[in-house]
Write a protein that binds this ligand. Structure first.
Ligand code: ZN
Ligand code: ZN
Length: 354
C-alpha cells in the first residue's frame, strides 16, 4: 500500500495530490498559477473518485505521463478569472467536464467531438487539490455555473454522467424497453438512474456482491440479478416475456462482461460496450449470431459538448437521484484511504473534500 506523504514545501498555501508512480501518491505543496487569458482558477470544493483513477493508481495510464497531478471530477468556486473571461467571475460556484474539443478538426466537424485530439490529450488533472486551474478551451465550452441548491458533490458528477448520456444517445433506449446493465459499479448505477429518469420501463442490474446489488435496488433498479447465482443466465433469459433484454449495457470493462453482453441480448437487440477493456484484449463474435440475430453493437467513447449540456441539465433538475452514487466522504489528507476503499470495492464514489 502506498504512503501519502506530505512533502515539505516553502510555506505555500495550496496542496495538490500527485501520482508519482503506480501505488504512490504524494500530497505536495504547490503555488497555484495566476489564470492566463481565458482560464479560471478555482478553489476545489469536491473531487470525486473514479474507476479511471483506480486503474491509473494500480498500473499507470496510457495517456498520463507520471508523475501527474491526479483527479478529474470536480466542482468548486472561482478564485480568479483570467482576462477575457466574461461568463464567470470570482465567487461563482462552477462545475465542469475535464475536457473540451477544439471545434475545428475533422472529428469536430463531423459531430464526433468525443474523438477530438484536444479533448483526449488535454484533460484537466489535479482535482485532488485545494486549487485547480481550468484551461481556456474547457472554460469556453464545458464549464457551467453550478445552481446554488445543487450540492458540490452532485455537481462533480458532470463528467461521468456526460459519458453515460453520450452512450445512451447512441443506444436510444425506448420507454417500452427492457435494459440489462452488466456491472453494479458507479457507472452501471449512473446508467440505471439516467434510464429511469428517462422513463424506461424495466432496468435490470446484473452484478456481483450483495451490497452493490442492494444499493442498485435501493436506488431504483426494477430488478437485480446476482451474477454469481446459478440462476443468473436463466433469470436474464426470462426478462422481457422470455425474449431477453432489448438493450444490454456493459459496464465492467472486462472481456468476460463484453462476451456476456453479446450472449444475453435478445435477437434484434442492441449492445453497448461502455467499459473499456485492458489493452491488447480481443472480443470474439459469432458471425452467425451477429447476422441472423440482427444484433447492433456500439462502443461509445467519452462525450461531446451536447452530452455535457444534457448531463448538466439532468443534474440541475435534481430529479434523477444521482447524488446517491456518492456514498462516502473523506478529506484530501485521507486520499490513500480512499484508494484502499476503492480497491476493496466498498464504495461507489467517494467525495474528496479539501
Ligand atoms: Zn471519471
Ligand atoms: Zn477537434
Amino acid at each position: 500500500m502506498s504512503e501519502l506523504e506530505a512533502v515539505a514545501g516553502e510555506g505555500q498555501q495550496s496542496r495538490q495530490a500527485v501520482l508519482v508512480e503506480p501505488r504512490r501518491l504524494e500530497l505536495r505543496d504547490f503555488t497555484p498559477p495566476r489564470p492566463a487569458d481565458g482560464e479560471l482558477l478555482i478553489e476545489v470544493r469536491c473531487a470525486l473518485s473514479c474507476g479511471t483513477d483506480l486503474k491509473a493508481f494500480r498500473r499507470g495510464h496510457p495517456l498520463w505521463k507520471l508523475p501527474t497531478p491526479f483527479g478529474h471530477e470536480f466542482s468548486g468556486v472561482v478564485v480568479e478569472a483570467g482576462a477575457g473571461v466574461t461568463a464567470f467571475k470570482a465567487g461563482d460556484e462552477v462545475m465542469a467536464a475535464p475536457t473540451a474539443p477544439c471545434g475545428i478538426c475533422f472529428y469536430c466537424q463531423h459531430g464526433q467531438e468525443n474523438l477530438c485530439a484536444l479533448a483526449i490529450d488535454k484533460m484537466v488533472l489535479g482535482a485532488y487539490a485545494d486549487m485547480l486551474l481550468i484551461p481556456a478551451h474547457v472554460v469556453a465550452r464545458n464549464t457551467f455555473i453550478k445552481p446554488r441548491e445543487l450540492p458540490f458533490e452532485e455537481a462533480a458528477l458532470l463528467e461521468p454522467l456526460s459519458c453515460v448520456i453520450h452512450a445512451q444517445e447512441m443506444a436510444r433506449p425506448q420507454q417500452s424497453e427492457t435494459v440489462l446493465i452488466i456491472g453494479g459499479g458507479a457507472f452501471g448505477l449512473l446508467h440505471m438512474l439516467a434510464l429511469k429518469t428517462s422513463g424506461v420501463r424495466e432496468v435490470v442490474v446484473l452484478g456481483r456482491g450483495a451490497e452493490r446489488l442492494k444499493w442498485a435496488a435501493e436506488m431504483g433498479a426494477d430488478a437485480v440479478i446476482d451474477a454469481r447465482s446459478d440462476d443468473a443466465i436463466a433469470a436474464v433469459a426470462r426478462l422481457n416475456s422470455g425474449f431477453g433484454p432489448d438493450l444490454a449495457i456493459e459496464c465492467t470493462g472486462q472481456v468476460e462482461g463484453w462476451q456476456d453482453a453479446l450472449a444475453r441480448v435478445r435477437r434484434g437487440g442492441r449492445v453497448v460496450f461502455f467499459g473499456g477493456c485492458p489493452a491488447g484484449t480481443t472480443l470474439s463474435v459469432d458471425t452467425r449470431r451477429m447476422h441472423y440475430d440482427n444484433l447492433t453493437l456500439m462502443a461509445p467513447f467519452h462525450f461531446r459538448p451536447r452530452d455535457v449540456r444534457r448531463a448538466y441539465e439532468m443534474l440541475a433538475a435534481r430529479s434523477g437521484g444521482f447524488g446517491a452514487i456518492v456514498n462516502a466522504r473523506r478529506s484530501l489528507d485521507d486520499l490513500t484511504e480512499v484508494f484502499a476503499m476503492l480497491e476493496r470495492g466498498d464504495v461507489l464514489k467517494c467525495a474528496v473534500i479539501p
